[in-house]
Structures are given as C-alpha cells and as structure tokens.
Design a protein around this ligand. Structure first.
Ligand SMILES: Nc1nc2c(ncn2[C@@H]2O[C@H](COP(=O)(O)OP(=O)(O)O)[C@@H](O)[C@H]2O)c(=O)[nH]1
Ligand SMILES: [Mg+2]
Length: 303
C-alpha cells in the first residue's frame, strides 16, 4: 500500500462521516436554509471548527449552485477549494531541504504525542535529502526515552549525542550543537521531555535548551516544531496556545492520523493559527509519514 492510500485509509472515518452526512442532507435540488444549517452542523461535528464551518456555509449559500448540476459534487468542489485555499499557504516543504548551514530544530509537545518517533521519521527524510543529521537526546527524564532515540539513530543511521538519565537536557543539546559545528553537520534535532505544560521545572528546562542553543548561534533555534496527537481532541488547541507562549512555534506536525476520525481538527488549527504544517504521522514505522500537501489532504478528507 502506498503512503497516499494509507493516508486515505487513515482519513476514511472522517471522510465517511462527511460523505454520508452530505448525502443524507442533500436530498433536494436546491439548497435552502435548513440544508445549509445541516451542512454547517455536520462540519462542526467533524471537528473542522465553528469559524470554518460558518464560512463554508456562507460560501455555499452565495454560490447559487445550478440545480441541473450534481449538487453533491458541487458542494464537494466548494469544500475542496476552501480547504486548499486555507492550507496551501501552510505547506512547508523547505523544512526538508538541505540548506547547507547549521539548522537547529527543537521538537516540543506533551508526553506520548509521538515526538521521538517523529524525529526518527523526519531525520530519515532529512538524511535522504543530503543533510548531515545529529540527534540530541534531551529527554533525559526517563532512561527509556534515551534508548528509544538511540534505536532510531541506529535505524536511520545518523549520529546521536546522549548522556545519563537525569542529566541536564540543555547541556546535552549544547554538546550536540558543538558536535555539529566541529564535524560540519548541519541538522541538529533536539528531543525533549513531555508533560511540559503542568510541570514548571520541565518548562524551564525547555526554555533553557533554547537559550543554550542561542549562545552558540544567535539565530537558534531555527525551527520550533510542536508535535500534536490527532486523537487528543480539543486539548490540541490548549497545547498550541501553551507552547506558543513559551517559545514561538514555527511549525506543526500532527501524528496518529491513522487511528482517528478527528482529521478535521487540522483544518480548525490551520484556520485559527495559520502555523505551517510540516507533515502528518500515519503510523509507528519510519516511512509512515507524509510531508504536508494541501491538495492531498483535501482529497483524502473529502474522498
Ligand atoms: N498509530 C500511530 N502511532 C504513533 C504515531 N507516532 C507515534 N506513535 C506511537 O505513539 C507512542 C508514543 O510515541 P513517542 O514517540 O514515544 O512519543 P513521545 O513521548 O512524544 O516521544 C509510541 O507507541 C509510538 O509508536 C503515528 O503517527 N501513528
Ligand atoms: Mg519521547
């Protein structure tokens, strides 16, 4: 199965919701207020957010769809155009390009969202694109976290800088960045500990990592990427707010889209924050990752 088929399959539940919902709603040849309300409600139930849902309602009502056309197809077209219009500007393919200069990427997110796994996946793509990658095992909170990143480093065949469990995460990052400079490596990807929001000391450590990076390179961290778990529901919005407050985010990656009907939340996020979307996680394996593409997303979401 190709990655796009996997992606479509991941979105099957979300898409089926919308498709069968629309088919039930659109039974007449014209779109009246009742139908518009029902479409709006369906979209809200699919997690695309109140704002986007009401805008889509407005666009459909203004459109004066010719009753001789297939109304269902016309509405799908409007939805696709709307999604691509909002999300196309948020593509960030250059994240994966080899810029041939030191690029320090800080990976953030609460516990269990998929940070370490995602580092393995993006590290692999960066390496394939010619970057020289080093991972920084700055989640020193648990021994297992260091081992997990170590396994990924071996699997994708990149370097890793690590220290004993319980050691200072910022000093590990410092060593990783120094190592990159000494060896002319150009991508440093820093793993961090989760459960940050409600643990002040971990939040302080997170900030300290960024400050230490700045000491070596004033423009660092060049990327601050928040990892979000698609199955976390409305908590996702809080997580974006909280992390954005501490160090401004430069991009998002949403994981676990393979196991949920909640894919619509990505549109709500796009609408609310306009943060670049780097990619989507579609499973636990190294290639279960899709670099974000707005058209593909829309196609999978509407089907
Ligand atoms: N189904 C699925 N599982 C994932 C995905 N990304 C990560 N996981 C799993 O989620 C769990 C937590 O991932 P981990 O990378 O350790 O999260 P971290 O605590 O944020 O570093 C692990 O069991 C991963 O295999 C994904 O895109 N899809
Ligand atoms: Mg981890």
């Amino acid at each position: 199965m190709g990655i796009f088929e996997k992606f479509k399959l991941g979105f099957k539940k979300s898409a089926e919701n919308i498709t069968s919902g629309l088919k039930e709603i659109i039974i007449k040849k014209e779109i009246d207020d009742k139908t518009l309300n029902e479409i709006e409600e369906l979209l809200i139930r699919s997690d695309v957010g109140v704002e986007a849902s009401s805008e889509i309602r407005e666009i459909i009502s203004q459109k004066k769809i010719d009753p001789n056309l297939n109304i269902f197809d016309e509405i799908n077209k409007i939805l696709t155009e709307y999604i691509v219009g909002i999300m196309k500007p948020l593509e960030k393919r250059d994240f994966f390009h080899n810029h041939n200069k030191l690029n320090i990427v800080l990976i953030s997110g609460v516990n269990g969202v998929g940070k370490t796994t995602t580092i393995g996946k993006i590290g692999k793509i960066l390496k394939e694109n010619g970057s020289k990658v080093v991972l920084s095992a700055s989640d020193t909170f648990r021994a297992a976290a260091i081992d997990q990143l170590d396994k990924w480093a071996k699997k994708i065949n990149v370097e890793i800088i690590k220290s004993e469990p319980g050691s200072d995460p910022a000093s590990v990052a410092f060593k990783a960045i120094q190592h990159a400079k000494n060896k002319s490596l150009n991508q440093v990807i820093i793993d961090t500990a989760g459960r940050l929001q409600n643990k002040k000391n971990l939040m302080d450590e997170y900030k300290k990592i960024a400050n230490v990076a700045k000491k070596i390179d004033a423009s660092a961290p060049h990327q601050v990427v928040l990892i979000l778990d698609a199955t976390s529901g409305q908590n996702i919005i809080n997580q974006v707010d909280e992390f954005n407050k501490i160090i401004p985010l430069t991009g998002l990656i949403m994981t676990k889209l393979d196991g949920t009907a909640k894919g619509g939340i990505l549109l709500a996020l796009a609408k609310k924050y306009k943060l670049p979307i780097i990619g989507l996680g579609l499973g636990e394996k190294e290639d279960d990752f899709q670099i974000f593409d707005a058209e593909k997303f829309a196609k999978a979401f509407i089907q």
